[in-house]
Design a protein around this ligand. Structure first.
Ligand code: ADP
Ligand code: MG
Length: 253
């Protein structure tokens, strides 16, 4: 393609999955996954328990490998072999349901560890970056504490700050509010909304349909390892096409 043609074409997606099939032993967990995500796009992934949502997003930072198909993340070919793993992990941040903070490290140390170890950042700079993101998630005053001294909502905001310290281009969230007491859900969703407002590319597995309605550009519904349906939230909620989507929405709304 010429430069002129490239500049008028739609930009290449930052995440591309093509014909992805994955098995755990005999069990096929992902079937025929085709997915293209544009830079800056906010995607919510929902679907029944066991439908393959976690597996799908874990493939994007290569926490899972696939047997068939192609996955390209920001030009990094994940299906080409092992050596691209570190590159992709540096670009893709992930936040889990169970915060996964290091219990023996302070909040600040949790945030500085990866930038110092895998980016070779000096301690002073890593701490400065960490404080910037802890301020961003509104808990700079907790920096010297240990995870067990924080509430669940605070710990999850630390987990988000920790991921941001690596300057990721993409953020993956796997049910980030499911383990929280109800009164703490909002503070974590507000943090995610502020990231979305800043243009972060985000894939969020969540059943927070209010978040999906107000933040997502696209809602993806999975069942039995397939993407069954996807649409902009307004269309997804008002006019679900597949019977399984209707059943699912009937159960959670
Ligand atoms: P979801 O996040 O939608 O609940 P998962 O991606 O966690 O679904 O799991 C999809 C299916 O794959 C489930 O049936 C689950 O039991 C199975 N599964 C997940 N991880 C593994 C694993 N490491 N080994 C074998 N089966 C797994
Ligand atoms: Mg899951």
């Amino acid at each position: 393609m010429t430069d002129a043609a490239a500049s008028t074409a739609t930009p290449a997606p930052i995440i591309r999955m093509e014909g992805v099939n994955k098995w755990y032993g005999q069990f096929q967990v992902l079937t025929g996954i085709d997915l293209a995500v544009r830079a800056g796009e906010r995607i919510v992934v929902c679907g029944p328990s066991g439908s393959g949502k976690s597996t799908l997003i874990r493939c994007i930072n290569r926490l899972e490998t696939v047997q068939q198909g192609r996955i390209v993340v920001d030009g990094i070919e994940l299906t080409a072999g092992g050596r691209n793993v570190d590159r992709v992990r540096a670009e893709v941040g992930m936040v889990f349901q169970q915060f996964n903070l290091f219990p023996h490290l302070t909040i600040l140390e949790n945030c500085t560890l990866a930038p110092m170890r895998s980016r070779g950042m000096g301690k002073a700079e890593a701490e400065e970056v960490a404080m910037k993101y802890l301020t961003r998630v509104r808990i700079p005053e907790q920096a010297k504490k240990y995870p067990s001294q924080l509430s669940g909502g605070q710990q999850q905001r630390v987990a988000i700050a920790r991921a941001l310290c690596m300057s990721p281009k993409i953020m993956l969230f796997d049910e980030p509010t499911s383990a929280l007491d109800p009164e703490m859900v909002k503070e974590v969703l507000d943090t995610m909304i502020s990231l979305a407002d800043d243009g972060m590319t985000m894939l969020c597995v969540t059943h927070e349909m209010g978040f999906a309605r107000s933040v997502a550009d696209r809602v993806i519904f999975m069942a039995e390892g397939r993407i069954v349906e996807q649409a902009a939230p307004r269309e997804f909620f008002s006019n679900p096409q597949d019977e399984r989507t209707r059943t699912f929405l009937g159960q959670i709304l």
